[in-house]
Design a protein around this ligand. Sequence first.
Ligand code: NAG
Ligand code: NAG
Ligand code: NAG
Ligand code: NAG
Ligand code: NAG
Ligand code: NAG
Ligand code: NAG
Length: 660
Amino acid sequence: MPLACNALQKSKSAMAIISSASTKLTWILAPLLVLATATIRVHGQPPSTSGFISLDCGNRNTTPYTDSSIRGIQHQSDVGFVEGGLTHQIAAVYMAGAPYESQKTLRSFPNGSRNCYTLPSTPGKKLVRALFTYGDYDGLNRTMDGSPFLFGLHIGANFWEAVNLTSWDPSSTIWKEVLTVAPGGSVSVCLINFGTGTPFVSALELRPLQDSMYPFVNSSVSISYFRRIRFGQATDFITRYPLDPYDRFWEGWSFSYNTYPWMTLNTSSPVRRLPGDNTFQVPEGILQQASTLDTNYSFFEINVAVGPNLDAKNLQLLPIFHFAEINISNQNRRFDIYSDNDLLFPDFSPSRFQADSMHENGQFLHNPTATFLLNKTRSSRLPPLINAFEVYSLVRMDNLTTDADDVNYMKEVKKHYNLARINWNGDPCSPREYSWEGLTCDYSKRNQNPRIVAVDLSTSGLKGGLVISFMNMASLENLDLSHNNLTGAIPDYQIKSLKVLDLSYNQLDGPIPDSILQRSQAGLLDLRLEGNPICSKVKDTYCSNKKKKTSTVLIAVIVPVVLVSLLVVMGILWKLYWKGKSGDDEDYAMYEEETPLHIDIRRFTYAELKLITNNFQSIIGKGGFGIVYHGTLENGDEVAVKVLMETSIAESTDFLPEVQ
Ligand SMILES: *[C@@H]1O[C@H](CO)[C@@H](O)[C@H](O)[C@H]1NC(C)=O
Ligand SMILES: *[C@@H]1O[C@H](CO)[C@@H](O)[C@H](O)[C@H]1NC(C)=O
Ligand SMILES: *[C@@H]1O[C@H](CO)[C@@H](O)[C@H](O)[C@H]1NC(C)=O
Ligand SMILES: *[C@@H]1O[C@H](CO)[C@@H](O)[C@H](O)[C@H]1NC(C)=O
Ligand SMILES: *[C@@H]1O[C@H](CO)[C@@H](O)[C@H](O)[C@H]1NC(C)=O
Ligand SMILES: *[C@@H]1O[C@H](CO)[C@@H](O)[C@H](O)[C@H]1NC(C)=O
Ligand SMILES: *[C@@H]1O[C@H](CO)[C@@H](O)[C@H](O)[C@H]1NC(C)=O
């Protein structure tokens, strides 16, 4: 049996799984300190950990700590980096085997379809890693119960990878890594509930990379870790910080699975990079070791998809091979490198004691078997050699995050009103299917970040003053804060793009600022203030509905009477185009944008209206002019019946526009 790839297995049950690969046990159990100590002796100071973030998810103790098995890296609780979720510990039986302290606790997310962590960061290239140790934390034996256990990860607003724990040993640790460009002051990592198991995470790590590294990673292309392997005689199962100052995880190669007559080479002589070559910065300690074959052999194959739940079928892979000739004899060594059957790099010869990294700049390959072949050329005396390789899969960063200013203003709003909406999590507009409830976003401008154009926070229990953040949102056109408990005066701001400002049914008082009044009077702003104390002093169209404070029962009785006595029925019917599938807000919003509302204007008698609305039984809303009833026409069309309450024709001139 192979050693599980991408997995740390240290517990007793893991040992059982890999018992046939007995040599692996020494790797697994070897202390990670061996190489670390060596490096520190050579370089003196350990590399800087500035900018490192290491979250121990689900750890309720907020005192930072260092893990004795990872020297020099501070870990901290995830409190404050995520909202929601539940904290758990892995089962006692797996505690002793946990590879890192951070794997003993985790945070699970039974609620909400997307839950996001926000990691503060400077802009630029970053490595982001998530680690998962199920450890039967819920006592449900969930990875072994035979059902699928699969959830998703997003990096920012884009799909990163699925975490597949189906039939997974509960003691194992799996990790996912992505190299990405942080767009601004933070990076968000989201867990997506597919409905096949509660998402959870044990640790989240962010490491800054230099911008010269991995040049094919840019704002529209990220790469997800598939394998990163070192050859030779590695003393530890995972090589990471401080040997690698960027704390990449380098797995030792599982020789037993690849049954070639492997030979190990190592050197203590320096292996240099060409001056100015900062692309991969493979640690010298890794390049000082290599694997090759007995000289009678001429080729070896590397299958990088070996291990449970690793599948390259639908991936686009990008391999990077790292070589350095560290054999002291001066015999020539030349080989061809194939991906599947395609010749990638012909007649390659590694340089002596110098790092050579072979990659096709930014070219992703389709290689469903994830197999690479290194084959000696005819002229070569020595068989191929290899020191390390990395294989990544493509992560498209097509979905742009919401305009950064809009995001900040919405976060201010959320904080100011203490809004604990489960769905208000991660990016407000992206990806579309996870956009925040109550927001309407404009995605129409290609290659531009989505903007927030409408915010509906009506009936949301808002208390306190009207927060200024809304008015700073440069693209906001429609703001609905009606039916809340907003108090105080309306602050005086230069509103920018706002066309509809609905503040009706709040406790707002004080004079209406000129900036708003002027726009309203010029017809640039549809201002609605009815149901506020402010309207006890002003009589204007924006307060026109002040009588609506009377109870709905009373209105339902009075209105028909008024209408009958006037013998004027101002019933305007319009069709409500219910979406066939309900709950598809996005499609409905698009419909509204693209298709002008179709209005049928017909005259109805009061008796007809009574019939249509089943005697005004079902109220579906309350508009600026009165109550809206649900009804059904003779042909079965569903309609809303909006009833004008005012008896004065003069006051009703705004009725038709209101309906429209
Ligand atoms: C977990 O499930 C597996 C497979 O069904 C079973 O073999 C094992 O005994 C279970 N373990 C526990 C602790 O229930
Ligand atoms: C981008 O968003 C769309 C719509 O929400 C989604 O279907 C698509 O999968 C996303 N693309 C990526 C790369 O995540
Ligand atoms: C390799 O060749 C040597 C002689 O050059 C021979 O002694 C040895 O048995 C060969 N090994 C294999 C595995 O063929
Ligand atoms: C998840 O892993 C299981 C078990 O290896 C496999 O059968 C299944 O196809 C995988 N699912 C996905 C979506 O990769
Ligand atoms: C990112 O890199 C890809 C290929 O590596 C390239 O096609 C794309 O134009 C780049 N995008 C940006 C924004 O630089
Ligand atoms: C390796 O290269 C030789 C020619 O040098 C060729 O004959 C042989 O078929 C190649 N082996 C494989 C596995 O492709
Ligand atoms: C406003 O607050 C009062 C008490 O302060 C409460 O009775 C009322 O229900 C609140 N209204 C809304 C719409 O939240």
